[in-house]
Design a protein around this ligand. Sequence first.
Ligand code: FE2
Length: 191
Amino acid sequence: MLQFVAAMTRLVESGPADEARLLGGATPLMKALVAHDDWLPEAMAVPHPQYYQQHLLYGDPLDRFSLVSFVWGPGQKTPVHDHTVWGIIGMLRGSECGQAYVRGGDGAVTPHGPEVTLMPGDLDKVSPTLGDIHVVRNAFDDRVSISIHLYGGNIGRIQRHVFVPATGEVKDFVSGYSNALSPNLWAKAAA
Ligand code: FE2
């Protein structure tokens, strides 16, 4: 993971914060990161009986990227949500299913395309230009799954949205992080 963080830091420093440039540069780094499931610390792989967990693995001090372990308990699922920044999801352990959504001009949020299943080593991408709204769930009802998420910002602090397709309601939310850092440098605006 140290090699990954070093390479990502070099990438963000080597040119403009252009989504296509960063996604292109980060994709092989993420592919390599999830090619082997032998590095995630046990504390970053702990599920919660009720809520899927988002453990911050690394937050760039200039908020240019963040790396999170997303730990799914059996049967756990996100609401329909967006990110507002680019993101790469890499499957590390188990399996998850993602369903893309699109928001029409009338504000209605509807499924778009088939549900996609990620197996260990597989990547998926989200961004405001590629498609930013989805639902993700653990593919399993009887075991934990873990994916590693890289985002083009401090995802725990970014204000984004949850959508309720049935009613068209849009709610602001900030995900935060499941692990409490002390001091939690990444949970609030730079002081
Ligand atoms: Fe997501």
